[in-house]
Write a protein that binds this ligand. Structure first.
Ligand code: C2E
Ligand code: MG
Ligand code: MG
Ligand code: MG
Length: 288
């Protein structure tokens, strides 16, 4: 009868939930182990200064080699974010990225390159975060002014602890960027009160149809009026690039300008705006 099949369904649901829970637990355990064993890798995507065409810095983006595949952050960061594990993940990437930056500093004999690192909302509110960032910067021996921490707007809005931590880090000279700007719910008026330096405009505003160039222009103008630096994400076509130039956006990031790459595929930057890709067949976009 109906009752019996109902109970059957509950059982199937139960088994599925158990399987999923098991897979999650396993993934968490493997990820935690991969972090401990230094098995994650970081790719670096160039951020290009549009007026000169040169690279101004890189964003560090984590990947996880697992079962012969390279997992993208979407496959494990959301799960890491459900626990404190994401703090270990972020801290590991931060250490790795600051070391890579130190290496590039050494090779170029200068300290102009910037390095952007993503920090999850869960991590930025943790009491230890400020000390952790300072330690990574000091251990690598990079200039704090070279570091950019990227936080999403939802992590900042109405979170006084996050704001306090960012304030402290900013006093050291570290820059703060709002990631995926325009996808959250913060009002433009609130931006003025936040301890931030950079707006990274989400790629949805780049993929223009109809009225969105006007929206993009408005965000760029507002950002400038507030004294913020602007980076547009997800630039894939020459048309998009031309639009960004025409509305006075200073910097951009996207597949057109350079994909996230293993650091071995990126030649050490020799002088401002001149790092080059070394892997054969790659676009020599960095020659500016
Ligand atoms: P995000 O910080 O907004 O990083 C930009 C994402 O856009 C990257 O995806 C990058 O590969 C992708 N992208 C860059 N240019 C283009 C383009 O022209 N077109 C398209 N369609 N996509 C482009 P990725 O590497 O898969 O990272 C996804 C997200 O994962 C990041 O978004 C960031 O929120 C998160 N993430 C990455 N690394 C870390 C990390 O170390 N810690 C934390 N907490 N989150 C991370
Ligand atoms: Mg980011
Ligand atoms: Mg982003
Ligand atoms: Mg994003």
């Amino acid at each position: 009868g109906a009752k019996r099949s109902g109970r059957g369904r509950v059982k199937v649901f139960d088994a599925e939930m158990r399987r999923e829970l098991h897979a999650r637990t396993e993934l968490e355990r493997d990820l935690s182990r991969a972090i401990e064993r230094n098995q994650l890798i970081v790719h670096y995507q160039p951020i290009v200064h549009l007026a000169s065409g040169g690279v101004q810095g890189f964003e560090a983006l984590v990947r996880w080699p697992r079962d012969g595949r390279l997992l993208p952050p979407s496959a494990f960061v959301p799960i890491a974010e459900e626990s404190e594990l994401v703090c270990d993940l972020d801290a590991w990437v931060l250490r790795q990225a600051t070391r890579q930056l130190a290496h590039w500093n050494e090779r170029s004999g200068s300290r102009w390159l910037s390095m952007a690192v993503n920090v999850s909302g869960r991590h930025i509110v943790r009491p230890r975060v400020v000390a952790e960032v300072r330690e990574a910067v000091a251990a690598a021996g990079v200039d704090p002014a070279q570091l950019v921490l990227e936080i999403t707007e939802t992590a900042l809005v109405d979170d006084s602890i996050a704001v306090k931590h960012l304030d402290e880090l900013r006093h050291d000279g570290i820059a703060i960027g709002i990631d995926d700007f325009g996808t959250g719910y913060s009002s433009i008026a609130r931006l003025e009160d936040l301890p931030i330096d950079i707006l990274k405009i989400d790629r949805r505003f780049t993929h223009t149809t109809g009225s969105s160039p006007r929206l993009l222009r408005m965000i760029v103008e507002t950002g400038h009026a507030l004294g913020l630096r602007l980076i547009v994400e997800g630039v894939e076509t020459e048309d998009q690039l031309a639009l960004l130039r025409s509305i006075g956006c200073e910097s951009a990031q996207g597949y057109l300008l350079g994909r996230p790459l293993d650091p071995d595929a990126i030649a050490a930057p020799q002088q401002r705006g001149a790092p080059r890709l070394v892997r054969a067949g790659m676009r020599q976009e960095f020659s500016g």
